[in-house]
Design a protein around this ligand. Sequence first.
Ligand SMILES: [Zn+2]
Length: 114
Amino acid sequence: MGLWDHVKPSTRPSTPVAIHRASDGSGLKFTWDDGQETTASARVLRQTCPCAGCVDEWTRQRTFDPETVPQDIRITDVVTVGNYALTPTFSDGHQSGIFRWETLRAASTPAPRA
Ligand SMILES: [Zn+2]
């Protein structure tokens, strides 16, 4: 039995066809395969970090107060993880979060169409 037999999403998750980091690192912009464009600020992504250091793996509680994330936090680098996620490097040095596409789509907000 493969993984796919256990995980059957009702709809296929959206996949980004383009990921653009703002030149000042203030956020990311995604273009999704359904044509939607969304943006997420570096601060929101840092607050959303799903890594084991940021979310207790048993209680699912966030281990820090999101309000303590600096307003001026930046994303200094982004690497993709396989074809399902990406890992941003934040200006506070944090780079252990693996953000799945679903997480990014949920954390970002639709951008006005150009
Ligand atoms: Zn984290």
